[in-house]
Design a protein around this ligand. Structure first.
Ligand code: ADP
Ligand code: MG
Length: 288
């Protein structure tokens, strides 16, 4: 099994008058071809900044100060902005957390998927693009895709808008899809549907998936490999099976301990029991 992406010692820092925030501080992991890697960790641990670093979307006062992001062997950190723009969209797409802020309210749903194809699949003509957009809407489970092509985002439900975002991200048939807490804003039933859908698309197209979440229940549902982040560091990485059956790092154990139990733990409190008076970086990192 080969790796699509290899991240080596990534360091992304934020600079301010108050000092330097080591948001991502020497992170290394791999994303195998066709597999799902989950990054899990509490809010502020550096999950999104890791994803945005891969996408080349770190803006000042943030800066990638070290490391390598090898995509099929090419270091993305050495590409020009123009080269990187090509990779983004064609090879790597990202789904952001808030569907409404990512869709433009003034354009139809179909137009916005078509726009991604116009940019990244230049060999297609207008008719071929229309068929591809309809196919994409159908694939993500939007009913009446030919009619929905002409709808504006506000006419769709939250779940449908999130599906449209997935359709946009998938339409270009990227080699890797990054999803940053894509289901957090959705209700539980829709969440499960969106997760199933992403797995299905992955199986159909062989897409690698980098999935970010603070929800361990979601991790257990979709991950092949898991990366546990804590304060900008990886404290443990393991296969999903190893991680859930035999967690090695005290922080991972604390996280697992706080898994909500249906009917017992209210869903919101899932990470509340991690003891924030403990400095988990003081323990050796159990990287397997
Ligand atoms: P999360 O794991 O919740 O996704 P982030 O990756 O967003 O965490 O954040 C990691 C760290 O980087 C946090 O300390 C956060 O405050 C900091 N950070 C993120 N974005 C910015 C920004 N635009 N400016 C300054 N600091 C930032
Ligand atoms: Mg985040």
């Amino acid at each position: 099994m080969s790796n699509l992406v290899e991240i080596r010692n990534l360091q992304t820092y934020f600079y301010s008058d108050a000092g330097v925030n080591h948001a991502v501080d020497g992170v290394s992991f791999e994303i195998p071809q066709g597999k799902t890697v989950c990054i899990v960790g509490e809010s502020g641990s550096g999950k999104s900044i890791t994803a945005l670093s891969i996408m080349g979307l770190i803006d000042p006062p943030g800066r990638i100060v070290g490391g390598e992001i090898l995509f099929e062997g090419t270091d993305l950190l050495r590409l020009s902005d123009a080269q990187l723009r090509k990779v983004r969209g064609r090879d790597i797409s990202m789904i952001f957390q808030e569907p409404m802020t990512s869709l433009n309210p003034s354009y139809t749903v179909g137009y916005q998927i078509d726009e991604a194809l116009r940019l990244h699949q230049k060999h297609l003509n207008k008719k071929e693009r229309f068929e591809k957009v309809v196919e994409a809407l159908d694939l993500v489970g939007i009913p009446d895709p030919r009619e929905k092509y002409r709808e504006y985002p506000f006419k769709l439900s939250g779940g449908q808008r999130q599906r449209v975002m997935i359709a946009i991200a998938m339409a270009c048939e990227p080699k890797m899809l990054i999803a940053d807490e894509p289901t957090t804003a959705l209700d539980v039933t829709i969440q499960a549907q969106v997760l199933d859908l992403m797995k299905e698309l992955q199986e159909k197209k062989g897409t690698s998936l980098l999935f970010i979440t603070h929800d361990l229940a979601v991790v257990s549902q979709i991950a092949d490999e898991v990366v546990v982040m804590y304060r900008g560091h990886i404290v443990e990485k393991a296969s999903a099976e190893e991680l859930f059956n035999d967690p090695r790092h005290p922080y991972t154990r604390a996280l697992l301990h706080s898994i909500p139990r249906p009917g017992v733990t209210p869903r919101k409190s899932q990470l509340d029991t991690v003891d924030d008076t403990v400095d988990y970086l003081a323990f050796p990192k159990e990287i397997r």
